[in-house]
Write a protein of this length. Structure first.
Lengths: 225, 123
């Protein structure tokens, strides 16, 4: 999902950066607020950040014969809300843009929008809906992490199709092309991310039951409407 | 580790390893060079096809000196994440063990008198 440095026209690069900026401020405030209100949650917040660090460094092979990586941001979005993952994704993307020439500074806004904003928002919404619809914890966690991962890569495909429409078929043809590269490759990886997220949440339920109870979407009394 | 945990881990391992066996190795040299290449690089090629005149207008501030250095940095990133998760799991297991081995907590002592009171036949 990393759009390479310089590979978005200046107008798009600027637009996506402007679109992401308010989310960064919202995210920083949200993290600050939740750490102040519940200092005991710092450990789980650290684990969520570490999970995103770990998973986004793993480039895994896929059935399309190419490699891509999961994002790991769904976990934290379910635990602490989608805003909390914006600054964490920003740190990951900055690390990769500055040291690895993976992604870039001009495309940071666009990449943050897909990995740090769209993915966590989708994971959070899917988790709420699935729990509200009566799905068990593990099923909901799997579905949310899996679909959030896919949403990130769909977002990247849309961003690229918008910037580079096909000269004949327009944006739709271009979307099909980028979707084939990103979204298709991502399907088995998204399943892996879903399973790994279930593993971590299971461990949290066993070792950090009290902390998990203190999180809005994990309280035993089900999900508030 | 529970059986369920092991099965989940095995499933992830299979999903990751199977594509390596399933996807046939291409015969021509050009395709072989891209075999299991990055999706990001493929997108870059697609851009070159869609907009042949597009010139990247900014280049990375720092480029890893070689592929080895790049894999070093990716390994560092993964190690940082895995280290924190390992610390948390180790701490959690030790905490659980300590709680199990600790003597019964003091608040239990006064409450042990209650059943005797209730069993008092003179009541």
């Amino acid at each position: 999902m990393h759009i390479m440095e310089g590979f978005l026209p200046p107008a798009h690069a600027l637009g996506w950066s402007a679109a992401s900026l308010p989310f960064v401020i919202w995210g920083l405030r949200s993290v600050q607020r939740s750490v102040q209100a519940q200092p005991e949650q710092r450990m789980l917040l650290g684990v969520s950040a570490a999970f995103a660090f770990l998973l986004s460094a793993l480039k895994l092979p896929s059935v399309t014969g190419s490699c891509s990586h999961p994002t790991g941001v769904g976990l934290g979005a379910m635990l602490f809300g989608p805003a909390a993952m914006v600054p964490i994704a920003l740190v990951v993307l900055l690390f990769q843009a500055l040291l690895l020439a993976h992604g870039g500074l001009t495309t940071l806004g666009a990449n943050l929008f897909s990995m740090g904003i769209v993915g966590p928002l989708v994971s959070y919404a899917v988790f709420r809906l699935a729990r509200g619809g009566g799905l068990g914890r593990s099923g909901a966690v799997f579905l949310a992490a899996c679909l959030g991962d896919l949403a990130t890569y769909l977002c990247t495909s849309v961003q690229l199709a918008w910037a580079f429409p096909d000269p004949v078929g327009g944006m739709a043809a271009s979307l099909l092309k980028f979707g084939g590269i990103f979204a298709l490759t991502q399907i088995p990886l998204a399943i892996s991310e879903g399973l790994l997220t279930v593993l971590v949440v299971n461990a949290m339920a066993r070792f950090n039951a009290a902390e998990l109870q203190g999180l809005p979407l994990f309280a035993r009394r089900g999900v508030q409407a | 580790m529970s059986r369920r945990t092991l099965m989940l881990l095995a499933a992830v391992l299979l999903i990751t390893a199977l594509p390596l066996c399933w996807v046939a190795q291409p015969t021509d040299a050009a395709a072989l060079a891209e075999h299991f290449g990055g999706a990001d690089a493929q997108a870059q090629q697609a851009i070159a096809q869609l907009a042949p005149h597009y010139q990247p207008w900014f280049s990375p501030v720092l480029e890893p000196a070689s592929n080895e250095i790049a894999s070093l940095l990716f390994a560092l990133q993964a190690a940082l994440g895995a280290g924190v998760i390992g610390f948390w799991l180790g701490l959690s297991v030790a905490r659980e063990r300590a709680a199990r081995q600790a003597p019964p907590s003091p608040p239990k002592l006064p409450s042990s008198a209650t059943p005797a009171d209730r069993a008092d036949p003179t009541h």
